[in-house]
Design a protein around this ligand. Structure first.
Ligand code: HEC
Length: 173
């Protein structure tokens, strides 16, 4: 108990100082006159890429989680899986995961492992408007799951599902 907190703090501090040392080294190498522009570029990528990759991994994981909840809800509401009691759990998860979609797509996170179309960033206004529709419909679905009216849940679920497709059509490769 007492040892865990300092250990975690120490690991964090260590990771930070290692990262800082790495960045400083990349900096000083990059400013060495003998360095070719190509090598400088590689060093910049080395410093920048891990975070971009982590952001891409995170958003794909969030999207897959969203897909998992949608599939589970479909199994309950449309195919009769006997887990009605879990509907509010799926509703709350979907609302939380879809609360800030633009936040999952910071500028500069185009990446070869990402299926995000560059239009996400070049047509940001449309992207954020599609995001807002999905966010609102997830909140409405959650509300329906708490009301317990099955027809209202099916309708809200179907509206939410359409909002996924509407965004993917233009913004996912
Ligand atoms: C406002 C746009 C938008 C909305 C709304 C949206 N998505 Fe996505 N989704 C994307 C984009 C863009 C990607 C590609 C992300 C990447 O690969 O970096 C994606 C990727 C995915 C993936 C693939 C993840 C992977 O591992 O490659 C799944 C599954 C998914 N979305 C499911 C859903 C579901 C289900 C909904 C609705 C409940 C939804 N999305 C709503 C934009 C959206």
């Amino acid at each position: 108990m007492f040892r865990k907190i300092p250990m975690a703090a120490l690991t964090g501090a260590l990771a930070l100082s290692v990262a800082a040392a790495g960045l400083a080294a990349a900096d000083s190498l990059a400013s060495t006159p003998a360095m070719t522009p190509g090598a400088t570029h590689i060093l910049e990528r080395m410093a920048a890429d891990p975070e971009v990759e982590a952001i891409v991994d995170h958003r794909k994981g969030v999207m897959r989680a969203v897909g998992g909840h949608m599939a589970s809800v479909a199994a309950i509401l449309l195919d009769g899986a006997p887990y009605d009691a879990m509907l509010p759990v799926h509703g709350a998860a979907l609302q939380g995961l879809l609360a800030d979609i633009p936040g999952l797509f910071p500028e500069g996170t185009e990446h070869e492992d990402s299926g995000a179309d560059p239009a996400v960033w070049s047509d940001w206004d449309t992207f954020t408007s599609r995001s807002q529709t999905s966010t609102d419909r997830a909140a409405a679905f959650r509300e329906a799951t708490e009301g317990g009216n099955r027809q209202a849940m099916v309708q809200a679920f179907s509206a939410l599902g359409q909002s996924c497709g509407a965004c993917h059509e233009d913004f996912r490769n």
